[in-house]
Write a protein that binds this ligand. Sequence first.
Ligand code: SF4
Ligand code: SF4
Length: 429
Amino acid sequence: MASEVESSVRERFEERIARITEACTFCGKCFEACPMTPFADLKETEPEAIVRGVIDIINGRPHISGAALWTEVCEKSGLCIEACPEDVNPREMLSYAKLKIQGASNDKEEMSGHSRDYFKLLSRTIRLMAGLQLEPEQFKRLTAVKGGKKHKADAVFYFGCNILQTPHILLSCMDVFDRMGLNYEVAGGVGHCCGINHIRRGDLEGGAAMGRRSLEHFRAYEPEKVITFCPTCQMQYSDFISLYSEPREPVLPFVHITRYLIDNLEALRTLYVRPVEKRVAVHLHGGTDGVEENVVKILRTVPGLEVVDVDQHADYAYQCPTLKAPGAKEELREKLFSSARAAGVDSLLTVYHGCHRDLCGEEADQPFEIENFMTILGQAMGFEYPDRVKTFKLYEDMDRVLAEAGDLLRANGIDPDEARSHLQKAVYP
Ligand code: SF4
Ligand code: SF4
């Protein structure tokens, strides 16, 4: 029997669907704005018919195949949100359509089994990748799930879980917050999951329960805001917040780190101690409110740094790792790298940790460095955390990685020989 929490999640989910169904006028503007439609075989179908089909899917009715095809290629870049003249978030609508399709063709127990297995695998990957790079005490501090009454903090830095695979980015953020005098607590790791890993695999109730639990942990600090880094976490706690909280609960703002830095730009400027004499381009993705503009604006405050605009597919997905439409990732990379080469940059900057993990090893074949934008802020402030993931990727040699990081793995309670094959797949996918 479904628990009370599960029923209320399902009820809220169906309420959102009813709300979307009522508000959508089938104008088709969302479909016309979507950059991913060329990746589905949709040539002959009218936008209105496709959207009607999506509304049929979310209401559990028979639907035209084009609607399912569009749903499948949605990569959450969010261009449709601005295009909608009504009060509908078409990205949310398509996410619900994905869930309905999964629910119609899979057994519930099987879906929760798959999401549990995936989550276990992901947790292991994160633990091993962090174990290669972080001292045990650091890992413990970053991932501790504190129970009971917590002291008050002005902000919670909710860094998500996957950024632990590239800890130099995470530690740079915290160093910047410390220098800015922010009164904050950290919350992250798989113990503070936003629920997306379960929801993506069709387990709405399991994912929503996790997201809800994490939200309660954040609220216990009575913060004014939660500062995020991960675009997925930011999206889960904005687009899908109605699945995680009761309608009358007070809203806890989730603010992306680039928004926080923009709001404190003057304080940030005072922390720069040296110029960073580099010509850079930024690898951008749309989909997370304002991040593209924010990051460029922040970087333009760094003394000595020249930020150039380059032609790129910023509208293909909201981050690289989840970009799955066949051929899209290759197209994105080809255009990005050739534009950066043509612009003669010294460094190509990533924004998100997931993109950084995906791209940093490509530095071997490019005439520029690949760095994260937080590394550049650190350089301007006089500190730098080594990008070990990039170093390990560039080695292309797991023996060398284990020879260098074996002691650290052992200190983290990990046997390098047992971890080898898992690490091989994680570092050299
Ligand atoms: S979120 Fe992006 S990919 Fe998805 S439907 Fe909207 S525009 Fe298309
Ligand atoms: S743009 Fe908005 S109103 Fe128009 S079809 Fe899309 S979701 Fe419906």
